[in-house]
Ligand binder design. Structure first.
Ligand SMILES: [Fe+2]
Length: 256
């Protein structure tokens, strides 16, 4: 089935019967900050201490939606669901929403894209290879009874990006998906790693377009070359640090 033909009412009846997909983001969607494997350095805005990342895990897969900010401007990564909760967190912290981006095109990370775009008018940045293969990547969500409402996006390759006063480098990191991007904010000492690298684990490589050798090369070539103190914010689970993963990650140690 083509991505553009998917409708929300065409979800797997078995999944609907289980209540999982119909209650997506309602019963399962929690708003909380997961425990940290790593700690980012706070910075000061008008005398108050701020952390540069607000994490909101949503849905039955608890996909992390990260709001990265510098106390003034904010960019949202993977608006997986609950647009209202995301925008409420931005407003409560006095931030100005400047942009939205996706780490990759798996359904649990972009289920909320269409309503987010409708509400904010912002198009998400996404890896070019994932966008070119969006039909087969997003259709995989049908296995879990999740149908993504079609949305538009801005496909990009690796390179510098800026949203307001926030600047980052998009790092090309295939292996979990062909167009996975990680986003490195040097001034904040953080990287948004999507499903490439997790706390003491790595992403799956058995989904469409995945490749284990590419995944290992992406982690070692793009993430383990960042400063060791860089805090890693993954697409699922707690944050960690580059140096901790190089030392302790059982699936991808720093030394091959
Ligand atoms: Fe994924």
């Amino acid at each position: 089935m083509a991505y553009d033909t998917i409708k929300r009412d065409s979800v797997n009846p078995a999944c609907s019967a289980s209540g999982l997909c119909l209650t997506w983001g309602r019963l399962c969607g929690k708003v909380s900050v997961p425990s940290h494997g790593g700690e980012s350095m706070p910075f000061t805005v008008k005398g108050a201490s701020c952390m540069p990342v607000i994490t909101l895990p949503f849905g039955m897969f608890e996909a992390n939606c990260h709001i990265v900010h510098n106390g003034r401007d904010a960019v949202v990564f993977d608006p997986s669901d609950e647009t209202d909760s995301i925008l409420d967190a931005i407003a409560r912290n006095g931030l100005q929403l400047q942009g939205v981006a996706l780490t990759h095109l798996h359904v649990d990370h972009c289920l909320g894209c269409a309503p987010f775009i409708r509400t904010t008018g912002l198009l998400p940045v996404v890896g070019r290879e994932d966008w070119e293969q969006r039909d087969r990547l997003l259709c995989k969500g049908m296995c879990f009874g999740m149908a993504v409402e079609p949305f538009s996006a801005m496909p990009v390759s690796a390179g510098p990006l800026s949203w307001g006063s926030l600047e980052c480098e998009a790092l090309k990191a295939p292996g979990h998906s062909p167009g996975s991007l990680c986003y490195y904010f040097a001034s904040l000492g953080i990287v948004i790693s999507g499903d490439v690298l997790f706390y003491h684990s790595v992403g799956r490589s058995d989904l469409p377009g995945g490749n284990m050798a590419q995944l290992m090369a992406s982690i070692r070539g793009q993430l383990y070359t960042l400063p060791g103190s860089t805090v890693v914010y993954p697409g699922h689970g707690p944050s960690t640090r580059v140096d901790d993963e190089m030392l302790s990650n059982p699936f991808c140690p720093g030394r091959a």
